[in-house]
Design a protein around this ligand. Sequence first.
Ligand code: ADP
Length: 584
Amino acid sequence: MIRDLLFAGHRLSGQGDTRLRRGIALAVLEGVAGAAMYLPLILLLQEVAAGTVTPLRISTCALAMLACMLLRIMAGHIGMPMLFAGAYAMMGEARLRVADHLRHVPMGWFTRQRSGDLSARLTSDLELIEHLWSHFLGSFVSGLAMPLALMLFLAWVDWRLVLVVLAGLPLAWIALAWTQHVVARPGERLIAASAAAQSALLEYVQGIAVIRSFGRFGEAWRHLVAVLDEQHAALVAVEAKPTPWLVSYGFLLEAGYIGLVFAGVWWLADDTLTPLTLVAFLVVAVPVYRQLFEVGLATMMLRFSRRALRRIEALLAVPLLPEPDAGKARSPVDHDIVFDGVRFAYDGGDGAVLDGVSCTIPARGLTAVVGPSGAGKTTLVNLIARLWDVQEGSIRLGGVDLREIGTGELHRHVALVFQDVVLFSGTVLDNLRLGRPEACREEVTAAARRAQAHDFIEALPQGYATVLDEGGASLSGGERQRISIARALLKDAPILLLDEATASVDPSAEAEIQRAIAELARGRTVVVIAHRLKNVRHADHILVMEHGRLVEQGRHDDLLLQGGLYAHLWSRQQVAQGWRVGTM
Ligand code: ADP
């Protein structure tokens, strides 16, 4: 099992770590030195029995014990940090590998996952494995090495007594195996209950504003209490169910001690054993039993870690978006985007979200995608970034099918600005540099200026060094989006996909965002999902979507003349804003 877990470490992190191997070797040495400490004591007792003991012998034995003790402490002292360093480095690598894998997993996979379950895998499962390697493996290995070494040494003194000491071991082992069998089901229940609890707590905290405003507090609370009650019950079960079997394991293990007394007295009587050897065995057997019991307990933890490991390995086995074969990957030379008979449906969704969409988005210019809510605008734009693959037809970038461009290469060409801009906790500067980590300060400020973000950033308490709280909650929607635009400008990708911010954007901020978008469109292919039609009057090309189909396309004036859906939407928005079309 240990070998399996160690190899699994290599599999997870994609690399072995010599510090971990050395740390384990030192843990073995620690256990052996711990056992060797008893040897001088036993030799001394034998000399006492033989009447050959001298002061010199006593001091030599004391020195030998001291040396073993020092060796044990030193091995632990040097080995432990090695194990920590090796385990943390390996898990750091494993975390990056999981994160990197998830980066290439089709987005559809995420929508099928419960966020609590995924976050449980990424946090508690990985922590459990990390804890296993950093804290557990060393003490498990030394805890096993110590009684084994001690029994080997003692076999040389009296092998019959060693057999008696360990007589209960086979039955105890069966009891331990049964304990693990018994704990399996409550263990599964606990994992499910913990994931449900994590998920429920996350939903509760994220939805607290909605819960309050809709007065659904009682309902949400009851759900939370039920889920936490289940977690509590599962925790109790996981402790209570195996207890009688664990007790039997301890009992069977120590049954050898009673045997030791009986057999010892028997052999004393027929003069094949000295009383002091028996005393030595009676003294030494106690720590042996204690260590073996601890090791038995620890195997329960191994079982849980193994399950956590399987769950992480399952995560790494999620199929990725297919990459083009090495050598066959192509790079787009131009940046026009062509949809050719594209049909797309979400996994588990009802019916096609895009149906037979064919259009050309010209290179270097501003293309707006408009249409009623649910028409498929976001889906269309996300498909350009290949967040999913189309089911029928193809999307070509500069004449190359997206599926023939490697993901890394595609990301070099495409920058995305979502409506729900994700800012990470860190400074404004860190968030901007995400676009290009090596950008110097001047380049960052220049991008921020062009994205109309410089002035409000300077007005923040510490300017660019202001630390944003998680998600950038202290900024308005418009400000977050301008930071995100600056980030995209810094990345300098030739294609920019943008979902115009609608939330908390006042008219002056909106004008600034429009200026920033116009700035972006110079020399780039910009595709923007526009929610306010007045912002797209000057777009080079407008795609009008309805029910997953492209119903009209062209420039603003031509579309108005056509008198179709665009003209209808336009007049509706004009009325809503209290303006008359004629005055525009
Ligand atoms: P729009 O941006 O025009 O509002 P969307 O592209 O967001 O439209 O959505 C088009 C349709 O696809 C809607 O019916 C929506 O419910 C559905 N949809 C969007 N995202 C998903 C998803 N991840 N899984 C399943 N259905 C989705």
